[in-house]
Design a protein around this ligand. Structure first.
Ligand SMILES: Cc1ncc(COP(=O)(O)O)c(C=O)c1O
Length: 365
């Protein structure tokens, strides 16, 4: 096989917009405390793991899973207190649901829109699906810029608009009245992405009842179950029936179905862990605020965004790495994120090490 011929074939057949992309990369973090990917630092106690393994023992891996996952869906409805007129659709992570939504509306000249800085997969999925992507810049407080967003909606008429509430990577919620104004201006489908809903008191499920163009997206990933890959979309059954045609039939594997059911039967542990992460977030936030060289934004999620003095984000990132902590370097990823780092909330000992490292770094210059 000749390398040259392969590369000619790739040039000829792979779509140019795919060739221009970089694959999604997550740094391995070997030997480091991973504070870069909004995972929970907590696993399950050994007794719970034993009971979970007992449940998996009966799994019939020779059979396809039930494509509708009825047991899991019922358990989810109960846990979330979902209204009878609302339905849910499951995805292999909420990433997969974002992709299904893009495929649902994709077509020549169609547009997907999202505020920026925001979750990077929106742009990537739009490109994969052949949608035009328009990012609308947030205001200086990282809230929606209503005038700019309404103007962009008017110009581009998005088929699909995402708002993450709280937003990643800024950690804040957008003002409710601004969210409402954007929903009302948009003729297309609006998806409220509540990936971080466990870490805030506000929820936006009511919008999916009030407006016929709104769906709500959630995930198990941020509450200690990132390895399961389970996302859910909530809203009007008429939209979800259309999406069912896009969904690959066995997208939720049997082990995920059984494990998620088990997690829901034991959800108190997840609630306790989430509460611990929320209180650790407040502690870390105030510790970081006490370091005068840093700007720290308030957060309603399981991470905090911070800005270092000009030009020092990489140095801070490396110093934290030397101290055994992997955070996310955002400098250079968007003009509004110059000098910024995003720190996922870990265990209290992680915060202590982080704060001590930063204090030492800034004390010495
Ligand atoms: C806003 C937002 N939505 C969706 C996701 C994807 O989550 P998952 O595919 O793990 O469910 C993330 C992950 O970081 C996110 O930040």
């Amino acid at each position: 096989m000749s390398r040259d011929r392969t590369s000619v074939r790739i040039q000829q057949w792979v779509r140019p917009e795919i060739r221009a992309l970089q694959p999604y990369a997550s740094p391995p973090g070997v030997g480091l405390r991973k504070l870069d990917a909004m995972e929970s630092p907590y696993g399950w106690p050994p007794e719970l793991i034993e009971r979970w393994l007992d449940k998996l023992r009966g799994a019939e891996l020779n059979r396809y899973p039930d494509p509708q996952a009825p047991g899991l869906k019922d358990a989810l409805r109960r846990e979330m207190g979902l209204a009878p007129e609302q339905d849910l659709l499951l995805g292999n992570g909420s990433d997969e649901i974002i992709q299904m939504l893009a495929l649902l509306v994709a077509g020549r000249g169609r547009c997907m829109m999202a505020p920026e800085p925001g979750f990077v997969m929106y742009r990537m999925v739009a490109t994969l699906a052949g949608l035009d992507y328009v990012g609308v810049r947030l205001d200086a407080q990282f809230d929606l810029d209503v005038d700019a967003t309404l103007a962009a909606i008017q110009t581009h008429q998005p088929a699909l608009l995402f708002m993450a509430l709280p937003n990643n990577p800024t950690g804040n919620l957008f003002s409710v009245e601004r969210v409402r104004a954007v929903i009302e201006a948009c003729e297309g489908l609006v998806v409220l992405d509540e990936a971080y809903t466990a870490f805030t008191d506000s929820d936006h499920l009511g919008f999916a009842q009030d407006y016929d163009n709104v769906l709500v997206l959630r995930t198990f990933s941020k509450v200690g179950l990132a390895g399961l890959r389970l996302g859910l979309l909530l809203g009007d059954p008429a939209w979800l029936t259309e999406l069912e045609k896009v969904r690959l039939p066995y997208n939720i594997n049997l082990l995920t179905q059984l494990s998620a059911e088990f997690a829901l039967e034991n959800f108190q542990i997840i609630r306790q862990q989430t509460a611990a992460i929320r209180s650790e977030r407040e502690r870390l936030h105030s510790e970081l605020l006490s370091i005068p060289q840093l700007h720290v934004w308030p957060s309603e999620a399981n991470f905090v965004l911070t800005r270092t003095p000009p030009g020092r984000a990489s140095e801070v990132f490396e110093a934290l790495k030397q101290a055994g902590l992997l955070v996310r370097l955002l400098d250079g990823s968007h003009p509004a994120l110059t000098d910024c780092l995003r720190i996922t909330i870990g265990e209290p000992a992680d915060s202590d090490r982080l704060v001590a490292t930063l204090r030492q770094l800034f004390a010495t210059g």
